[in-house]
Design a protein around this ligand. Structure first.
Ligand code: IPD
Ligand code: CA
Ligand code: CA
Ligand code: CA
Length: 269
């Protein structure tokens, strides 16, 4: 088994264990908000922290020399050349409200390049996986199917997912950009989890995605899954994805959405 395949196996097993824990141990009255970050919407619960702790413990037990980038503070250096990029709950607000679309996202990088990614959605019963150069799969129970983005969807027929990356100062600008995008597309979906949006794109359940304010842990696994399903995930004008901006879509649709967004200067405050 190649190193990326070994890393994927560990990512899948760990994401599923964390996902099960998050379902089984979710407090009956909902989790507590133990911290807010950039705005009152940007919440952290005790379950985000518990899931990140579990994920890092499991991976370290198997691979003690690896590095980590974790949303909830679990980052650490390592000497093996492998770094794990972890979002223990992507869609914390959905998890808080008991809406089903949240996920555990784990990506493995070798020498700075993402080579394996797993996104587990326990409330949907779905796990999405990709290995660089090996395609992307959706696993449902014991079945698996290969993922392919929709290609060449004209904007007026494109269902476009978006997110409103957190930070109160950005909200008015996000709304302005949306007023220009909404009339140009079939419709908009704001699902509440960046990696769920990216997996939906890979599965052909939406045609494109854009967002300002995403972080490495939001996109690391999902972007690999989209790329391996034949799509593009980039910043504006060929830049890599950054907290500035992310735009994603299948061939043809990516370019059309990019060209609509770029002149709007969506990363400006
Ligand atoms: C958030 C979700 C949301 C997106 C935000 C992210 P979190 O992640 O992915 O959809 O709009 O930009 O921060 O905080 O739930 O892990
Ligand atoms: Ca968060
Ligand atoms: Ca996230
Ligand atoms: Ca998170």
């Amino acid at each position: 088994m190649s190193l990326p395949e070994q890393l994927l196996d560990l990512a899948v097993a760990t994401a599923r264990e964390a996902g099960r824990m998050l379902v089984d141990k979710r407090p009956a009255g909902g989790p507590d908000v133990v911290q807010t970050k950039t705005s009152p919407t940007d919440v952290v619960t005790q379950m985000d922290r518990a899931a990140e702790k579990l994920i890092i413990e499991r991976i370290l037990a198997a691979r003690p020399g690896d590095a980590f980038l974790g949303e909830e503070g679990g980052s650490r250096e390592g000497g093996s050349g492998v770094r794990w990029v972890i979002d223990p709950i992507d869609g914390t607000v959905n998890y808080l409200y008991d809406l089903p679309d949240w996920a555990v996202s784990i990506a493995a990088e070798v020498d700075g390049v993402a080579v394996a990614g797993a996104v587990d959605m326990p409330r949907r019963g779905e796990t999405y996986t990709a290995v660089r150069g090996g395609g992307a799969l959706l696993h449902t129970g014991s079945a698996a199917r290969e993922l392919r983005v929709n290609a060449g969807v004209p904007l007026e027929r494109a269902l476009v997912a978006t997110g409103f990356g957190y930070g109160s100062a950005r909200r008015a600008r996000q709304a302005e950009v949306l007023t220009r995008v909404l009339p140009a597309v079939r419709d908009i979906r704001r699902g509440g989890s960046c990696c769920v949006d990216l997996c939906s794109l890979a599965a052909g359940r939406v045609d494109a995605y854009y967002e300002r304010g995403v972080q490495a842990w939001d996109v690391a696994a999902g972007a690999l899954i989209v790329q391996e399903a034949g799509g593009r995930v980039e910043g504006l004008r060929g830049a890599p994805v950054s907290p500035e901006f992310a735009v994603a879509g299948g061939p043809g649709t990516f370019e059309a959405l990019h060209d609509l967004l770029a002149p709007l200067d969506p990363a400006r405050d």
